[in-house]
Each structure stands twice: as C-alpha cells, then as structure tokens.
Design a protein around this ligand. Sequence first.
Ligand SMILES: NC(=O)c1ccc[n+]([C@@H]2O[C@H](COP(=O)([O-])OP(=O)(O)OC[C@H]3O[C@@H](n4cnc5c(N)ncnc54)[C@H](OP(=O)(O)O)[C@@H]3O)[C@@H](O)[C@H]2O)c1
Length: 372
Amino acid sequence: MILVAEGIRPGAKQLTKEITDFVGGEAVKPFLLLLVLAVVGCASTQSPRVADSSARGRWAGKTVVITGASSGIGRGAAVEFGRQGANVVLAARRTNLLEEVAGEVRARGGTPLVITTDVSKAGDIERLAQAAVRRFGRIDVWINNAGLGVVGPFWDAPVADYSRLIDINLKGVVYGSHAAVRQFRAQGGGTLVNVGSVVSEVPMAYYACYSATKAGVLSLDRALNEELRLNRLTGNIKVATIMPWAVDTPWWKHAANYSGHTPRMLALDDPSKVVNAIVNTAEHPSKEVLIGWKAQGAYISHRIAPDITETISGNIVQREQMEKGASAPVTTGSLYRPIQAGRFVEGGQREEMKREDQQRRLPAPPEGPGSQ
Ligand SMILES: NC(=O)c1ccc[n+]([C@@H]2O[C@H](COP(=O)([O-])OP(=O)(O)OC[C@H]3O[C@@H](n4cnc5c(N)ncnc54)[C@H](OP(=O)(O)O)[C@@H]3O)[C@@H](O)[C@H]2O)c1
C-alpha cells in the first residue's frame, strides 16, 4: 500500500505566492497539469503537524544519530533535536563543522557526540553505532541523511563518479539502516528515517544516477517495512522515507557538476520545511513522507500518468539547468573529499539564482566599432 503522508503545508497566502513563482513569467503549459494534480495532492493529504515550538525537552534522554549533520538539512535537524533536549550523535566528514554544530546543540540544551564518519565505509558506520550505544546506552532514532549529487548528461561524467555516488547515497544508507535495525531489534524498538527525494518516485533527466540511488532508498525502505511486518516487528520498529522537493541547502555547491552550467532548479523550498518534517516524522513515523505540495503533486502525478510527468520533469530540468544557468566549470564537488564551502543550513541558492536571472535579463551591450 502506498502511504502518502503529509509534509508541512504552507498557508493560503504562501501557497499562492509559491504557485505564482512556480508558474512564473516563462511558464510552459504542461506545468498546469502538475499544478492541478498538486492541488489534488494537497487536498488528499491529512492536516500537517507543525513543529511544536514549545517542545523544549520533549526529546530529553532520547538518542538521535544523524548522518550528514555538518550542513544543510542534517545540520538543521541536529540543532532542532538539540533544542528539544536530545542526545544528538553527529556524523559527517568535516569534523570542524560537526564541532561547531555540537556547540549549537549544547547551547540549546542537548547533549552532542561528534563521530567523524564517511558513510561509504561500512567500518565507519559500525564505529558510529558502537560509539552512540557506548555513550548513551541505546539509539532511539537513526537518520540516514548524508547524500550528494552528480548533475549533467549521463555520458559526460566518469563512471568513477557514479560508483562513488552509489557508495555514499545508497550503500551508505544500506550500512546505516543495517546498523540501526540490528540495534533496534537488540533493544526492542526504534525509528529509522531515510532521506530520499521526490526523485525516489519521479526520475529526473541529468540526475540519472542520483535518481537511481534515491529510488533505491525508497525501495529498500518498502522492502524493509514488509520484512518487519512479516516478522511482527512493525509495532516497535518504524521505517520512514522522507521525500523533499528541491531545497535551498549547500547540496548544490557540493554536487559534482558536468552540465556546463551552475546547478539550478525551479522553486526551491526552504530547508526549515524539511527539518520540521524530519523531526515530526521521528516522533510520529509515517512510511512515506512527501514534503510540501510540489513533492506531493509530482508524486501523485507520476502515479497517475508516469510518462507525461517524466516528460514535464525532464523539460523543466532542460530549461532550468541546461539552458538558463550561467556557465560553470566541471567539478567533482565534495564527492571524493569534503569542501569547506557550504557550511550552513541554508545554501543561498535562491539568491544566486535570482542574481543570475537578473543578469540574464540585462540588455546585451551595444556593439562597438571593433565588434563583428
Ligand atoms: N537540497 C536538495 O535539493 C535536496 C532535495 C531532496 C533530497 N535531498 C537530500 O537531502 C540530504 C541532505 O542534503 P542537503 O540538501 O542538506 O545538502 P548538504 O548540505 O550538501 O548536506 C549533505 C551532508 O552529507 C554529508 N556527506 C556527504 N558525503 C558524505 C560522506 N561520504 N560521509 C559522510 N557524510 C557525507 C555532508 O557533510 P561532509 O561533507 O562534512 O561529509 C553534509 O553534511 C541528501 O541525502 C540529499 O540528497 C536534498
């Protein structure tokens, strides 16, 4: 059974603004289909559970492991769990940033533990689980959030990049899920939250291998939920897949990019939306959590009309990524080695895209006498 759970739904005013931005000045007709289905998506989901701002202390004494906690969504979630009093085990490669996040967690009343981890290494994940249990006695929630992207024509990136991407985005999630579920079985319960994407359901052109890894995450979670049911473990062990739309985090700076253009996407969401959804899901787990009306609309649209939805999605990426973006050199981003750029929760991508759009609309300089 497909469970379409709620994300954080915007108010009517905000929704109107988001739809206007989404349709935009350079709208193309097929968006309308997506929009109609998005409205159906909004209407068909339950009321949102908005993060409770009075929740200080709610997670006191509980232990949450978060991979990819040095920036973006993982960093935001770590600080929020800290604010709610949790023991927060912070995992990623950039130890200096994890220490910074640990300071924020501590300042808000949580108890941090920093474990430098490369999720592509099974041994690192094993060490992470052991360190969490040694320090806090158990693991209540494990969030596999670390993930990167490779953007551009499939044939232009080397296979080594795809191999590395699969190691991080898929094998990393398998290793993390394995460690978490074994620990949950040993201690009698727990919640696993795996961060997929809307592309777990709707594959996206120029993100082929990324889409494959995120589809793998969703498939892993669905199969795992079945195994738990067959073994009568669903009462105590919960597995949730988080599926956000594109989000304004440092992800865009960290992605390997072979597209020839700066990475861009239509109507980026604020990271707080995803952070709130993760914290809510950890407390009230649903199997599949689609965050916001764009992800819900795209998901439902793809279930009803997969071909046309993939065509629309491909056309959006062609226009946004391959035609509108300013020129950019090839980069492997932080695939092989972490980079210090992109340290915060928010990535500043929406501002950069706005600047690029303004630049593109400027009239071309008049042709001088020397020009041909
Ligand atoms: N932003 C979006 O548009 C979007 C949309 C849907 C889903 N998502 C997913 O959301 C998750 C979080 O991404 P984000 O948007 O918050 O971007 P982000 O800021 O780039 O976060 C990625 C995190 O993963 C960590 N990481 C990368 N490779 C790692 C490795 N080998 N071992 C351990 N940690 C590693 C990074 O830290 P270090 O570099 O310090 O290791 C960083 O903390 C990812 O799974 C992403 O695919 C993002």
